[in-house]
Design a protein around this ligand. Structure first.
Ligand code: ADE
Length: 357
């Protein structure tokens, strides 16, 4: 841990050994400003998620023809894949305002009541991390989502009265990295549920070129492809890497991102050719060295790495699983032959996984 001071000279502890901030899929305020400045505002400029976009376009057209608001929508999938961006595109396509909040900001009943009462007809309410909504807020949402009513109680004990206030018809778009953690009753109130997929390398290369264009950074095909292949299927990471590699190109070369410059910059950032950072590699190495390749429980791994279990589960693991570096078994996580090969083990080099490749 090291101690740094913020602008107000309050001191806070920062774990300098935590994940590489460039590839950390979660966001801070700085990231949000940057992301907002490059967010696509239409389906045409939104790259990837092709099947989902087609379905959404039809749903939107139908809602417009019926002159009805959209059904409530739930987007789930790993962080950084564009759930908020897509909600913004939907609002633009419907021609309505969107109010954006997140479940941790809706701590007190008056937070959710205030936001519901501020909605106008047809507007979209976007709640990020909706699996973290507390019970009281959830129960306020049920009648609001189902019948567009706000049920409020006043008074105490015998004098308690319930008040039904009508709300304008609105659409709730919820986003979560953990669909399984949503309560059944809340999940059931979403008419449409969609999963966002990791992006292909080709899609990410398009995202990289688009972002470089907006930031007025010169980039060639090899540069875009090098950044894309190390962005772990995630446009938020690709966008941050464009900025970092752009800085490197400006200082170390003539400002143009070529394949060579991108690879040099990414090596310095310790992001390997599969997009893994030091934490990912430490996690894989730990499973090999201490747990004979696994299976091992995620809590044990988190404790050994000094990481939060939630960070490992929500941020690290989805990509490691999908890219085939680890497997999830009922008894915990297991290393795969692909991961061993990636880390430079030969077929005979690791007794726990002999002859696996
Ligand atoms: N930035 C983040 N996500 C994006 C996407 N899907 N298309 C274009 N730019 C993006």
């Amino acid at each position: 841990m090291s101690i740094i001071s913020d602008e107000k000279n309050n001191f806070k502890k920062v774990d300098i050994n935590s994940r590489n901030p460039v590839i950390e899929p979660e966001t801070n305020d700085n990231d949000k400003t940057f992301e907002n400045s490059i967010r696509p505002k239409s389906f045409d400029s939104y790259i990837g998620q092709t099947a989902l976009k087609e379905t959404l376009k039809i749903t939107i057209e139908a809602a417009k023809k019926r002159e009805q608001p959209l059904d409530h929508l739930l987007f789930y999938g790993p962080p950084g894949l564009g759930k908020t961006t897509l909600a913004g595109v939907i609002a633009a396509q419907m021609g309505v305002e969107i109010k954006i909040t997140s479940a941790p900001a809706l701590e007190r009943p008056r937070d959710i009541i205030g936001i519901l009462m501020s909605l106008k007809g047809g507007e979209i309410l976007f709640i990020d991390e909706i699996h973290r909504l507390n019970k009281v807020a959830e129960e306020i949402l049920y009648p609001a989502m189902e019948d567009f009513f706000l049920d409020m109680t006043t008074g105490k004990a015998q004098t308690v009265k319930t008040l039904r206030l009508p709300l304008p018809k609105f659409t709730l778009i919820g986003a979560t990295t953990k669909a399984g953690s949503l309560s059944g009753p809340l999940r059931d109130r979403f008419g449409i549920i969609h999963r966002l997929e990791f992006y292909t390398k080709e899609e990410l290369a398009q995202v990289v070129k688009r972002t470089a264009g907006i930031l007025e950074i010169d980039i060639d095909e090899n540069g875009a492809s090098a950044i894309a292949s190390r962005s772990r299927g995630t446009p938020r990471i690709a966008n941050r890497l464009v900025k970092r590699v752009g800085d490197f190109a400006l200082v170390k070369a003539d400002g143009k991102i070529t394949g060579k410059i991108a690879n040099e910059a990414l090596d310095i950032l310790k992001i390997d050719n599969c997009g893994l950072d030091t934490t990912d590699r430490n996690l894989l190495q730990l499973i090999i060295d201490k747990y004979n390749g696994g299976p091992v429980g995620v809590e044990t791994l988190a404790a050994a790495l000094g990481e939060d279990t939630r960070t490992l589960e929500d941020v690290c693991e989805p990509y490691l699983l999908q890219a085939g570096f680890i497997q999830r078994t009922p008894r915990g996580r297991k290393i795969t032959p692909y991961a061993l090969k990636h880390l430079g083990y030969s077929a005979k080099g690791f007794n726990g996984q002999q002859n696996l490749f």
